[in-house]
Design a protein around this ligand. Structure first.
Ligand SMILES: Nc1ncnc2c1ncn2[C@@H]1O[C@H](COP(=O)(O)OP(=O)(O)OP(=O)(O)O)[C@@H](O)[C@H]1O
Length: 255
């Protein structure tokens, strides 16, 4: 079997008395969309934060390409090509789409101008346009503050931003929450396009239809550990809900 590009093994993490991660394991393979699902409080966000360098585990291992690694910060995870799109999007709403794409990673103008702090705005705009075009993200006006845009348009910009920098894995936390039917379809298409560019996607979602529509595999977390993993084509919504709620374990049929 191939080596996962990103892997968590027996992760433990407590917040005071609360054991949020109780031996969680998780694998991401190259070129796949893997859904990470679980009931409220199952530990999806905590695991995501650990695998993107925001939180450090108390114990357990993280492996990239099979090699143990420590992420001391989100920057560490980024240098390994791992990016996260959070549900709150963390876009700067007063800035335009290009500025948001490059927030904190601006390109300096060449030569003395760059050393004086001038930015290469034309280059950034061109690369941003290429990125939006490649992903099929429609930005009504590159110069307008993103505060003017719809939820779906903002989601597209947030995804494009992560993808500008993600070389290996993108975590998407509830990317279709608060979106309408058409916008949800666009974001799901976008997720497929991301995978087709060779970047793996971890989809964290409460939406069974989305999970079943777009993922290749599904991992179910419960009480801070992995209770099941399925090939999406071989599982039903009822089976996923059973794994999430513990009915599978009660039946003694856990995968
Ligand atoms: N900073 C924190 N301090 C204390 N407890 C925390 C903290 N972060 C998470 N927890 C607890 O850890 C457990 C796992 O939370 P987590 O947010 O990872 O779950 P989740 O699966 O993402 O849930 P949801 O679907 O509701 O977002 C929960 O019981 C939560 O209350």
């Amino acid at each position: 079997m191939t080596t996962p590009i990103l892997c968590a093994r027996n992760i433990e993490k407590s917040f005071g008395q609360m054991r949020a991660m109780q031996g969680a394991s998780f694998d991401v393979y190259e070129g796949e969309i893997v859904a990470l699902i679980g009931d409220n409080g199952a530990g999806k966000s905590t695991l995501t934060k650990i695998l993107s360098g925001v939180l450090q585990p108390d114990s357990g291992e993280i492996l990239v390409d099979g090699r143990p690694i420590h992420f001391d910060s989100p920057l560490d995870a980024r240098t390994h090509g791992i990016e996260t799109v959070y549900q709150d999007l963390s876009l700067a709403v007063d800035l335009n789409a290009v500025q948001n794409l490059y927030l904190g990673r601006e390109i300096a103008a060449p030569g003395l101008m760059g050393r004086l702090g001038f930015l290469d705005k034309a280059l950034m705009r061109r690369r941003a346009q290429e990125s939006f075009a490649r992903l099929g993200v429609r930005v009504p006006d590159l110069r307008a503050a993103v505060a003017n845009f719809s939820g779906g348009q903002r989601q597209g910009i947030a995804v494009a931003r992560a993808l500008m920098w993600a070389k290996r894995v993108v975590f998407m936390d509830e990317p279709t929450a608060a979106l309408g039917v058409a916008q949800t379809r666009n974001v799901l298409d976008l997720i497929r396009r991301v995978r087709d560019t060779g970047v793996s996607v971890v989809l964290i979602s409460h939406s069974m239809p989305d999970v079943l529509a777009v993922s290749d595999r599904v991992t179910v977390l419960r009480h801070g550990r992995r209770v099941a993993t399925y090939a999406t084509g071989a599982v039903t919504s009822d089976e996923l809900v059973a794994a999430m709620t513990g009915a599978l374990e009660r039946d003694g049929a856990a995968a």
